[in-house]
Design a protein around this ligand. Sequence first.
Ligand code: ZN
Length: 203
Amino acid sequence: MLNLEKEVRKLENSSIDMLHFDVMDGVFVNNISYGLPILEQVRKITDITLDVHLMIIDPIRYVRRFAEAGADIISFHTESESDIGETIREIKAAGAKAALAIKPATPPEAVYDYLNELSMVLVMTVEPGFGGQSFIPETMEKVKAIKQRIDELGLDIRIEVDGGINDVTGIEASTCGADVLVSGSYLFKAENMADAAGKLRKA
Ligand code: ZN
C-alpha cells in the first residue's frame, strides 16, 4: 500500500487490462480496505480501466462519488441493502458501467432480472472480505448458468470471477464462461508478474 504507484506501474508493465479495486466497509464484510481518496490518487497516475468492487452495505449512497473519483466500472452486491435497480441506474447516470456481484452462496437467478441493464456480472469465487483464499469450485456451475442465460438473451455482458484465481483456476473459470479474471495474490507473489499475467491471458 505504501508503494502504490510503484505497484501500479508494475501492473501496467505486465499488460493487465484493468485494475480491480476492492472497497470494504467493515460492515458488509469484516475487513476494511480503502476508499475514495486512494481511488482518486490512483486515477491521477494511470489511464488503465478502474474496476471498482464495492463490498459495502449501502452502495447507492456512494456510487456517484466513486464514479466521480474515476471508477470506469462499478460492481455492487445483490446481498447489499440498496435497491438493485435504483443503484444500477445511479451508476449509469453517473457515467460508469454497472456490474452486479454475487457471493458464493447466492443463486445465479439473483442477477437474471437485471441482465439487460448490466455491463458485467461478478461471480465471487471465494467469500468476499480477504485476499489469499482458495477458489470454491462449486461456483463454476453458476458461471455456466449465467453464461447460458446471457447467450440465450443475446446480450453483450462479461462475466468476471474474483477470488483464488491463478493459472489453473483461471483456465477452469474461462472454460465455464468467465471473460474477466481478477487475480491478486497469484500476480503479486509471482517471480515474474508479466509472465503470470500472460498465463491468465492465455487461459
Ligand atoms: Zn473484488
